[in-house]
Design a protein around this ligand. Structure first.
Ligand SMILES: CC(C)(COP(=O)(O)OP(=O)(O)OC[C@H]1O[C@@H](n2cnc3c(N)ncnc32)[C@H](O)[C@@H]1OP(=O)(O)O)[C@@H](O)C(=O)NCCC(=O)NCCS
Length: 342
C-alpha cells in the first residue's frame, strides 16, 4: 500500500518585517491591543515585485534541499493561495516555470486558511492511488498589497502577514496495519457564511469587473465579522480534530504535537483548553508572522522540523479553519524525512 510522508519542507518570509508599532503610523491601534487580542507581535510584508509564486518557489528550493532532491524529481505541483500573482493564470504554473520543472501539472487551490489542508489531502490521494510519487505542496500569501491599512481596516489588517511554505510529499510502501505519514484527512465547508469573511470585489459577478467606482469604494478590501468567525472557529476546530482522532482510533493524549492554523493566539489557546491538550504540545508562531493564511501550516511544519519538535513516529495533528467557511484536519504518523536520518 502507498502512503505519503514528508520528504522535505521549506519556508520563505519576505525581508521586510513590520512590528505593531510600525502599524501605528498608518492606523489608530496599539501594540498592546494587537498583542492582547491576537497574540501577533510582528509580521512580514512582501515588497514590489515579490509575488506569491516567488515566495513559494523560494520555500520549494529549501524543501528540495532538505529532501536532497532536484526540481526534475517532482511530478506534480499543488499551490494554495487566496492572493495569486495575477487574476489568471494561477500561481502554480509560475512556480513550475521558476523552478524549471518539466511540463508537470500545476493545480491552484482556493480555500483560504484551509488551502494547505485541502492541498495536502489532494496530494495524498494522488500518492495513495499510485499516480504520483513526489508532489510539491505549497501555500503562500501576499496579503499586504490588498489590505486596508487605514483605521477603517484595522481589525483585519493587524492580523495578516505575507509568507510561504512548501512540503514535498513522497510515496512509501507500507504493510497492512503499518502506519507511516498521512493517516487520514477531513475536509469541510459551509458556504452559507461566505459573507462573514470575504473580499467581494473585483469578481466576475460584477459587469464589468472593475470600474473607477469599484476602485474608489472599500469593497475590494477583505471584510470580517470577527466575533462571529471566532465563535465558529471555536466550534469547528475541536470537531474536525476529534473527527481525525476517532477515524484513526486515537485519543488527544496520544498526540505528540498539534499544529493549528495561526489566526489568533486566543483561538489556539481556547481550542487547546477545550480538547485538553497542554500548550507544550501545541505549535505557535503567530507572534512572529501573523496569519499567513495558506502559508501558515507549511511554515509551521518547517519550523517544527527546524526546532526539533517532531521526532520519528510522533503522532501529529494539523487543523485549520477559515473563510468560506472551510475547515479541515490531517493526522500523520510523522516519519523523519529520509535525507535527514543519520
Ligand atoms: C478580529 C478580532 C481580533 C477582534 O477581537 P474582538 O475581541 O472580537 O474585538 P471586537 O471586534 O469586538 O472589537 C473591539 C473594539 O476594538 C476595535 N479594534 C478592532 N481592531 C483594532 C485594532 N487593530 N486596534 C485597536 N482597536 C481595534 C474595534 O473597532 C472595537 O471598537 P469599538 O468597541 O469601539 O467598536 C477577533 O474577533 C478575532 O480574532 N476573530 C477571528 C479572526 C479569525 O479567526 N479569522 C479567521 C482568519 S482565517
Amino acid at each position: 500500500m502507498k502512503r505519503s510522508i514528508v520528504l522535505g519542507a521549506g519556508k520563505y518570509l519576505p525581508e521586510c518585517r513590520i512590528t505593531n508599532d510600525d502599524l501605528t503610523r498608518w492606523m489608530d491601534t496599539t501594540d498592546e491591543w494587537i498583542q492582547q487580542r491576537t497574540g501577533v507581535k510582528s509580521r512580514h510584508f512582501a515588497t514590489e515585485g515579490e509575488g506569491v509564486a516567488d515566495m513559494c518557489a523560494n520555500a520549494a528550493r529549501d524543501a528540495l534541499k532538505m529532501a536532497n532532491m532536484e526540481a526534475k524529481d517532482l511530478e506534480f505541483i499543488i499551490l494554495a493561495t487566496l492572493s495569486p500573482d495575477y487574476a489568471m493564470p494561477g500561481s502554480g504554473v509560475l512556480v513550475q516555470k521558476y523552478l524549471g520543472c518539466e511540463t508537470i501539472g500545476a493545480l491552484d487551490v482556493r480555500n483560504q486558511c484551509s488551502g494547505f489542508i485541502y492541498s495536502l489531502s489532494v496530494a495524498d490521494q494522488f500518492i495513495r492511488s499510485g499516480m504520483y510519487k513526489n508532489v510539491l505542496v505549497l501555500g503562500g500569501e501576499s496579503h499586504s498589497s490588498g489590505l486596508d491599512l487605514s483605521t477603517r481596516g484595522r481589525d483585519i489588517s493587524a492580523m495578516f502577514g505575507d509568507g510561504a511554505g512548501a512540503v514535498i510529499l513522497g510515496a512509501v510502501d507500507v504493510e497492512e496495519g503499518e502506519e507511516a505519514g498521512i493517516l487520514t484527512t477531513h475536509l469541510h465547508s459551509e458556504g452559507h457564511f461566505l459573507r462573514s469573511l470575504w473580499c467581494e470585489q473585483p469578481g466576475s459577478i460584477f459587469r464589468p469587473r472593475m470600474t473607477p467606482e469599484i476602485f474608489n469604494n472599500d469593497r475590494w478590501f477583505p471584510k470580517m465579522k470577527g466575533r462571529f468567525v471566532f465563535t465558529h472557529a471555536l466550534r469547528r476546530f475541536p470537531e474536525v480534530m476529534n473527527e481525525a482522532l476517532e477515524a484513526s482510533g486515537y485519543k488527544v493524549d496520544d498526540l505528540d504535537l498539534f499544529i493549528p492554523h495561526q489566526a489568533n493566539l486566543r483561538i489556539i489557546e481556547f481550542v487547546a483548553r477545550q480538547i485538553e491538550i497542554p500548550m507544550e504540545k501545541v505549535f505557535t508562531n503567530i507572534q512572529k508572522y501573523g496569519n499567513t493564511t495558506a502559508g501558515t501550516l507549511p511554515i509551521c511544519i518547517t519550523e517544527a522540523i527546524e526546532e526539533n519538535r517532531l521526532k520519528d513516529d510522533d503522532l501529529l495533528l494539523i487543523a485549520s479553519f477559515g473563510a468560506g467557511f472551510t475547515w479541515g484536519s490531517v493526522l500523520m504518523r510523522w516519519k523523519t524525512p529520509p535525507a535527514l536520518r543519520g
